[in-house]
Design a protein around this ligand. Sequence first.
Ligand code: SF4
Length: 156
Amino acid sequence: MNRTIFRVLDIIRGTTVDGPGFRTSIYFAGCSHHCPGCHNPQSWDEKGGTPMTLEEIMEIVREEDFNVTLSGGDPLFYPGKTKTIVEALKKEGRNVWIYTGYTWEEIKANPVLADAVSGADTIVDGPFIETLKDPDLLFRGSSNQRIININTHETK
Ligand code: SF4
């Protein structure tokens, strides 16, 4: 049994704003980027949210057939935990998106971060930059952020 404890701010089923189609979005506590204008600064506290086991999270995910988005906070605040949940989700055939404040270049340069995202399908990268905020962007807050297919490295 996996005894990893995740601190979960929220799990929303059926959202359409965190990637294509209806998705289950899981929001993890903890973020060190502290972007000015962050939409959710209460998510920065790593001690926030509710402690949950992997199995407790997966039970909620299994209530729907939706693909899954990991957000926060920044899921890569705890890269080892993110790797664990990505593996569990992929084992059940879910498409996995990860929102992170790290850029793709920072992730590729850091073996721990690169390993954490390697099993996922897509990342939305980079900090939120208030001066580049654009409400018309699909699935992103500011125009520096990119939607990157991890397997093909295709960027949108
Ligand atoms: S990375 Fe996301 S959660 Fe973290 S400070 Fe920036 S906008 Fe907020």
